[in-house]
Design a protein around this ligand. Structure first.
Ligand SMILES: NC(=O)c1ccc[n+]([C@@H]2O[C@H](COP(=O)([O-])OP(=O)(O)OC[C@H]3O[C@@H](n4cnc5c(N)ncnc54)[C@H](OP(=O)(O)O)[C@@H]3O)[C@@H](O)[C@H]2O)c1
Length: 214
């Protein structure tokens, strides 16, 4: 697939490297392509452009920007360039405030997720929450003795979720589909839970797994 990635940070680069490893074509969108020069030099096939270039390029789009500027980045990407496409939303609504005893602060509340805000601002794009509650170093083909970790996803469009489940499968995850966009209210705070071990114990390598009775 052709994947447009909105972002130049660690998540954008980790996922871009994963897509390239699995044979996809990638364009990363940024306001400043100079930030990605080393990455492009080290990853054959990686291209850069503006947010709009990357959204236009992608058959699927990855949103990997700071949560508080997600709407702004999507506006720069262009409504028409997102229409009908899966938008893999890896963002978290982390507030610009320090954690308390390792617990991050969000600028959303439990009954209003960031992804729902994005979905209602861009109704013709097909948002799928994914990759928000694992560290970027373990997003692509992580190895755990307990087996595959679980990627919790949600979104309103089943076709878009099937695309994302296929990507998760390639990237070595089992997918747990939690339903429609409202489920992002539960998936986004998994980031808070995940980060507590990081901030309090300096452990950043874990991932979540959902266990079922056979
Ligand atoms: N870091 C992780 O391991 C991790 C794991 C899971 C989820 N996440 C989530 O994934 C997202 C990306 O995280 P990250 O650590 O890779 O990067 P980040 O530092 O949170 O965000 C960097 C990106 O935000 C964009 N940005 C900043 N201000 C902007 C503005 N005013 N307008 C448009 N874009 C702006 C930057 O665009 P330019 O390129 O134009 O500067 C850059 O691409 C976040 O929402 C984070 O919560 C992070």
């Amino acid at each position: 697939m052709k994947i447009g990635i909105l972002g130049s940070g660690d998540v954008a680069k980790s996922l871009a490297a994963g897509f390239i490893k699995h044979g996809h074509q990638v364009m990363l969108g940024t306001r400043d392509a100079a930030k990605l020069k080393d990455f492009v030099d080290q990853h054959k096939g990686a291209q850069t452009g503006s947010f709009a270039d990357a959204a236009t390029f992608g058959e699927a789009v990855v949103l990997a920007v700071k949560g508080s500027v997600a709407l702004e980045a999507l506006k720069a990407a262009g409504t028409q360039n997102l229409t009908g496409k899966p938008v893999i939303d890896a963002t978290n609504p982390i507030a610009d405030a320090p954690p308390t005893n390792g617990v991050l602060k969000f600028f959303t509340d439990l009954n209003h997720s960031l992804m729902e805000q994005l979905q209602s601002a861009f109704p013709d794009a097909h948002f799928v929450k994914a990759f928000n509650s694992v560290g970027n170093a373990r997003m692509v083909n992580p190895h755990y003795q307990a087996g595959k970790p679980t990627m919790f996803i949600c979104g309103n469009d089943d076709t878009a979720k099937a695309v994302v489940a296929g990507i998760c499968d390639q990237f070595g995850w089992e997918t747990a589909d939690m339903g429609k966009a409202e489920a992002a209210r539960a998936i986004e705070p998994l980031c808070m839970l995940w980060c507590i071990l990081g901030f309090t114990k300096n452990e950043w390598t874990h991932a979540f797994k959902l266990l079922h009775v056979a």
